[in-house]
Design a protein around this ligand. Structure first.
Ligand code: NAD
Length: 499
């Protein structure tokens, strides 16, 4: 049993609220640790200290901040194996997946080494007689990141990299389900040279989130999590005058055209649907084969592949495809939705309901499920399941398939598998979804592009990482300057064009 406190002013401190949450081992169902849940007073104290530390950090030149990012890259690589082990133990994902989680966060830190380039302003020489005009990007001050359980390394790094490199101080409020890796990352930031107080990790639940939303010093809130909470945070943060970007849930469709390479599509669906037990916001949860013949041929290929999946603990070796889901509540929710699918008339062609793993009977393992003949009115189609459950909706035509993806309330990612360039291009142009894959099932953009969904998958302006992240965590100031040699006409009291 271990205790996770908060990371305040460069060291781990115990919580003082008297409230804690259990950290489960999802493989066994046992409580393995406890995490402190911060009170409003603890959060406010962390913010006040961060505001003090930000003054000097914001005034540090950007290349020095870039160098801290560079050192952090080396340290994360050094500790990759250790962190992946802790991540797998708290989250349940396999070691390769845990390393992928860390790696995709690390890539954003690599991108942030280029902070001086990202923070360069614009300059117009001689905008008028003796007049120059320029803009600069300045940090916002203290900002907050609130992150979900499913990527406990990647998403905290997506938040803290750009925010810190831009000269802000950050309050990171990670998920209370798997808080250890964010704490390890905070310790590495200190080792990389980040001054104490610039990154404060405050663990907690709704109380600390509400305290973030109401704290007057915090200027911006970057959130990732489920849609109802994203919507709540977006409205409360913006009502309090904060900049907010809140990324929510997903229901990602993959359209399989009759001309697609069906073996390739089936392989892609299995990886994208069941990898990380389906607990990815970019997982494919809906397969949309176009035409009955495509659907039959696809299902025929999917069933044996899914039945072969090896579900087990990360300790069981490299051939384990996925591990347990994060909590007993998540498991119950997934199985309830599976029951609703059966009750509402979908055909369960791979039934994982009776899955059991010897020696891990109390763990949160869920067997793989495949539904065929799913219709848009069913709960398994409308709701995000966030588990190893793939639904197949048979479409009559390309237009019907496109309409399905367009009409769904979520719009995070989508993919099309086809050999036809025209169809692929039309799909990419017309579909109202933020990230599109063409023969790529999980189109997660790399660090120097931006990541973000549309519709109920994202609220607020600007995306995560890439140039948008630096825009989100900075504000622009525009300066017009005139020096005495340019003043030829005495005082001007009118508002006139500079010609
Ligand atoms: P969640 O919404 O339950 O929790 C996210 C964060 O919000 C956590 O830090 C949590 O402590 C906090 N929170 C939870 N309930 C709250 C409440 N009532 N008031 C205030 N704060 C609250 O999400 P989760 O279960 O941790 O993560 C899974 C969800 O995140 C899925 O819906 C998934 O699709 C989504 N997700 C989205 C993206 C994306 O980029 N769009 C990426 C990863 C995950």
């Amino acid at each position: 049993m271990y205790e996770v406190g908060h990371w305040i002013n460069g060291k781990q401190v115990a919580g003082t609220s008297g409230r804690t949450a259990d950290i489960f081992n999802p493989h066994t169902g046992d409580v393995q640790g406890r995490v402190a849940l911060a009170s409003t007073a603890e959060l406010d104290a962390a913010v006040a200290a961060a505001a003090k530390a930000q003054v000097a950090w914001g005034a540090t030149n950007p290349q020095k901040r870039g160098r801290v990012m560079m050192a952090l890259v080396g340290l994360i690589n050094r500790d990759m194996d250790k962190m992946a082990e802790v991540l797998s133990r708290e989250h349940g994902k396999t070691i390769p997946d845990a390393k992928g989680d860390i790696q995709r966060g690390l890539e954003v830190i690599e991108y942030c080494i280029g902070a001086p380039q990202m923070l360069k302003g614009e300059f117009t020489d001689s905008a008028g007689p003796g007049i120059d005009m320029y803009s600069m990007r300045q940090p916002l001050g203290v900002v907050a990141g609130i992150t979900p359980f499913n990527f406990p390394a990647m998403i905290p790094l997506w938040k803290m990299g750009p925010a810190l490199a831009a000269g802000n101080a950050m309050i990171l409020k990670p998920s209370e389900r798997d808080p250890s890796v964010p704490m390890m990352l905070a310790a590495l930031c200190k080792e990389a040279g980040l001054p104490d107080g610039v990154l404060q990790v405050v663990n907690g639940d709704k109380e600390s989130v509400d305290a973030i939303l109401d704290n007057e010093t915090i200027q911006a809130v970057g959130f990732v999590g489920s849609t109802p909470i994203a919507q709540y945070i977006y409205s409360r943060a913006s009502a309090n005058g904060k900049r907010a970007q809140c990324f929510g849930g997903a229901k990602n469709h993959m359209i399989i055209m009759p001309d697609a390479d069906l073996d390739q599509a089936a392989d892609a669906l299995v990886g994208a649907g069941y990898g990380a037990a389906g607990e990815r916001c970019m997982a494919i949860s809906v397969a949309v084969p176009v035409g009955e013949a495509t659907a039959d041929a696809l299902i025929e290929r999917l069933i044996p592949r899914i039945e072969k999946l090896k579900v087990g603990p990360y300790t069981a070796g490299s051939d384990v495809d996925y591990g347990p889901v994060v909590t007993a509540a998540a498991k119950a929710n997934i199985l309830n939705l599976v029951e609703s699918g059966v009750a509402q008339g979908a055909k369960l062609v791979v039934d994982g309901r009776n899955f059991a793993l010897q020696g891990y009977e109390n763990g949160f393992f869920v067997g793989p499920h495949l539904f065929d003949h799913v219709t848009p009115d069913m709960d398994i189609y409308r709701k995000e399941i966030f588990g190893p459950v793939l639904s197949t909706v048979r479409a009559k035509s390309y237009e019907d398939a496109l309409k399905l993806a367009m009409d769904h309330e979520y719009g995070n990612g989508t993919a099309i598998f086809t050999r036809d360039g025209d169809t692929a291009r039309d799909f990419a142009n017309r579909v109202n979804v933020g990230m599109i894959g063409i023969n790529v099932p999980i189109p997660v953009p790399l660090a120097y592009h931006t990541f973000g969904g549309w519709k109920k998958s994202g609220f607020g302006d600007l995306n995560q990482h890439g140039p948008d992240a630096f825009r989100f965590y900075t504000r622009t100031k525009t300066i017009t300057s005139r020096w005495p040699s340019g003043i030829k006409e005495g005082s001007a009291f009118n508002f006139k064009a500079m010609d």
